[in-house]
Ligand binder design. Structure first.
Ligand code: PBG
Length: 310
């Protein structure tokens, strides 16, 4: 049996999410997520210098557009906040592994993850796949190493894989948000990315939390469609899903320790309820113990600092 302890948490297995907003000179703290900021494509470079120096190897970028509209058109502009940030980052830090989130919710006036036609309430599937593929292409052109479709649209991995191959981006990899639950733990993220749905919820395209069988099917489908990494999200309330996925599939498995899980620990630590560092190591170890290869976590910078202090 492998024994997991503090030493099992390795910086190379952590992915640090970052929020990029259109503009210049920006560094604004997100109130619901202490110590997490929104950067503009210029200020992200200085932040990345620190991240790289700390030994973090992989980041995941989320974009906030200048303006939202019914087509989410800012999502696939050549000079979107994310594409510009990727260009700047790959120019200065070619070795940094840059992953980009590919989803429309932050770019749509209605806040849903796909295209919705006027007068309709449900997602137009084909138009959504096209928009997601264009978005992924714009990130690949900017130099992204991985694109990470998170819209939970059927066939999104295959559609993006085909688009990337057709335009000569065979080396751009895909991390699928394969088993993504309609979770209450995303609250602070929606505040950070200003991406709450204007009506309804995401239960039509995200998994219900009592399910486990469908989650396994979604992961199998993503692998078949060409995902290089698959993901379970959130992490803590879904350790059983992570464990099952790890035992069933050989593909690299990521777990997303989401915004609500982060905020919970941070705010509790600020109130003196627990030792933040001990809490974070216990949580990270539990996610590893369940079988995740990679952990996407807002705690990554703190962990890097704590590991050095030991
Ligand atoms: C977009 C997306 C969400 C998260 C990552 N990508 C939010 C959602 O589905 O509403 C949540 C991440 C987090 O809570 O840290 N589809």
């Amino acid at each position: 049996m492998r024994k997991y302890n503090r030493a099992a948490i390795d910086l190379k297995d952590l992915v640090y999410p970052l929020f990029i907003k259109d503009g210049t000179g920006m560094r604004e703290e997100i109130p619901s997520m202490p110590n997490i900021y929104r950067f503009s494509p210029d200020t992200i470079v200085r932040e990345a210098r620190e991240i790289v120096k700390q030994g973090i190897r992989t980041i995941l970028l989320f974009g906030l557009p200048h303006k939202k509209d019914r087509n989410g058109s800012d999502a696939y502009k050549k000079d979107s906040a994310v594409a510009s940030a990727v260009r700047n980052l790959k120019r200065d830090f070619p070795g940094l592994i840059v992953t980009t989130d590919v989803c429309l919710c932050a770019y749509m006036s209605h806040g849903h993850c796909g295209v919705i036609r006027p007068g309709q309430k449900t997602i137009a599937h084909k138009a959504t796949l096209e928009a997601l593929s264009r978005m992924a292409l714009s990130h690949a052109e900017a130099g992204a190493d991985y694109v990470a479709p998170s819209a939970m649209a059927k066939g999104q991995v295959l559609s993006i894989r085909k688009a990337l191959d057709a335009y000569g981006f065979k080396n751009t990899k895909i991390m699928g948000y394969s088993a993504k639950y309609a979770s209450n733990f995303y609250g602070p993220f929606r505040d950070a990315a200003n991406s709450s749905p204007a009506f309804g919820d995401r239960s039509a395209y995200q998994l219900g939390f009592s399910d486990s069988a469908q989650a396994m099917k979604e992961i199998a489908v993503d692998i078949r469609e060409g995902a290089d990494i698959v993901m379970v999200k959130p992490a803590l309330a879904y350790l059983d899903i992570i464990k099952e996925a790890a035992s069933r599939f050989r593909a690299p498995l990521a777990a997303y320790n989401v915004s609500g899980e982060y905020a919970f620990i941070k705010h509790g630590a600020r109130l003196g309820y627990w030792d933040e560092r001990k809490m974070v190591f216990e949580i990270m170890t539990s996610i590893k113990r369940a079988g995740a290869d990679l952990i996407i976590t807002y705690h990554a910078k703190d962990i890097a600092r704590w590991l050095k202090e030991q």
